[in-house]
Design a protein around this ligand. Structure first.
Ligand SMILES: [Zn+2]
Length: 112
């Protein structure tokens, strides 16, 4: 699982926990599952507001209207990763090998 950071920004808002104005940081992340054969990103984007001063994650219940406003502003700048199924070349190669084996079997069975 790879975590992609889509957008990260420092906020000048007051931290609802320790009230400093220089500790908050908002980040938007999206997980992408990576297997040997394909990549597939989650549709869901997780957003976190973290205060570096008091080392707390600020959960939405603690957000004030200023934080909500800045959250909306930053959310608009986030471009999600395409969550389409992304096959790797080895997947096509594996399919090709299976097809060749099947074709070979059909040929052998047909010839006998
Ligand atoms: Zn804080």
């Amino acid at each position: 699982m790879t975590e992609h950071v889509l957008h990260i920004a420092k906020l000048n808002n007051n931290c609802p926990v320790c009230y400093t104005t220089d500790g908050l940081e908002i980040s938007f992340t999206q997980n992408e599952k990576e297997t040997r054969f394909y990549n597939k990103a989650d549709k869901a984007i997780s957003e976190t507001i973290y205060c570096h001063t008091c080392k707390n994650v600020i959960y939405p219940v603690d957000w004030n209207s200023d934080i909500e406003r800045i959250y909306d502003y930053h959310k608009k700048q986030v471009t999600p990763i395409n969550s389409m199924f992304k096959p790797k070349p080895i997947l096509y190669l594996s399919i090709l090998i299976v097809v060749i084996i099947l074709a070979g079997l059909v040929y052998i069975l047909g010839a006998s």
